[in-house]
Design a protein around this ligand. Structure first.
Ligand code: SAM
Length: 282
């Protein structure tokens, strides 16, 4: 067991400092003060952090804490703590560690007995959740799903029976595929796509996953998808069964297009979803 009285000891501290996810007015006075007062700031991308520092007149030395070799990078930061320096960790936006680097340095700093102190601040997942109109708790933060389709389906299958609101991050160029995978595995649940949070083009698209799918092909910017949790009455689409129905209709003499249309009408599953599964199956 490790007990830490954050402000009642002389040990060096690793501060976890959140930064704005868009609107710079959300930078808190305490975050600015800590970033000014520490000896070194470890940043995900030093250019992004330096531009934030210019805005808030922060002059502290910035070093890079790289996502691709967090472990090696952590050695340097632990070294600074061991010399008695206070270090702050920031990411490009929001909280470090939340779909961003930092887990390794936090674990090692705790293990080595240094203070690890977090500041309050911005996080895209929570902004999206509380304005989504979906049940705020219990919820599960998932972050990014795999970019590989089979892996994404496998991951979604592991979440599909959780009776808690699900929060996903996704890049705009993958959102369409990702929502299709959600519909296939989770069923047509209620959802909210929250885009460009805290920025001028902020938008909340609240509806069913199928409704959101219809408008998401040209959407740009950063986005969070909040999806309602498992409920007994939401029926996940069994694509295996749907494919059987399509094959049957083709066996009865319909063209592929007509068979897909017929099965879509019968089951209520969108034509384009059936079409894609039909043409992508092995
Ligand atoms: N550390 C950040 C946090 O605490 O929210 C998340 C960083 S992660 C690398 C970037 C992803 O967060 C984006 O792809 C998007 O899914 C989400 N995100 C970040 N800023 C956002 C914003 N202003 N509006 C909507 N989503 C945002």
């Amino acid at each position: 067991m490790i007990r830490q009285k954050s402000f009642l000891n002389e040990k060096p501290t690793l501060y976890i400092v959140p930064t704005p996810i868009g609107n710079l007015d959300e930078m808190t006075p305490r975050s600015i003060e800590i970033l000014r007062s520490v000896d070194v700031v470890a940043a995900e991308d030093t250019r992004v952090t330096l531009s934030l520092f210019n805005k808030f007149d922060i002059k502290t030395r910035v070093v890079q804490h790289q996502a691709h070799n967090e472990q090696e990078s952590s050695v340097g930061l632990i070294n600074l703590l061991s010399q008695g320096y206070n270090v702050a960790l920031v990411s490009d936006a929001g909280y470090p560690l939340i779909s961003d680097p930092g887990q390794n340095i936090v674990n090692v700093a705790i293990e080595k007995g240094y203070n690890v102190v977090s500041l309050s601040g911005c996080n895209a997942a929570l902004n999206a959740l509380v304005a989504s109109g979906l049940q705020a708790q219990p919820h599960v933060f998932i972050g990014f799903l795999s970019t590989n389709n089979n892996e994404r389906i496998r991951e979604l299958n592991s979440y599909k029976n959780i009776p808690m609101t699900l929060i996903f991050y996704e890049a705009p160029h993958r959102i369409e595929k990702m929502i299709k995978a959600c519909i296939e595995v989770l069923g047509d649940r209620k959802a909210c796509l929250a885009r460009e949070l805290t920025k001028y083009h902020e938008e909340f698209i609240r509806g069913s996953l199928n409704e959101i799918l219809e408008v998401c092909d040209n959407l740009k910017g950063e986005m969070v998808l909040v999806v309602e949790g498992f409920k007994e009455d939401i029926r996940a689409i069994d694509m295996g069964e749907i494919m059987k129905l399509v094959d049957e209709s083709i066996g009865n003499g319909l063209s592929t297009t007509d068979a897909i249309k017929e099965v879509s009408k019968k089951t209520g599953v969108k034509k384009n979803l059936i079409y894609e599964s039909f043409h992508n199956r092995g």
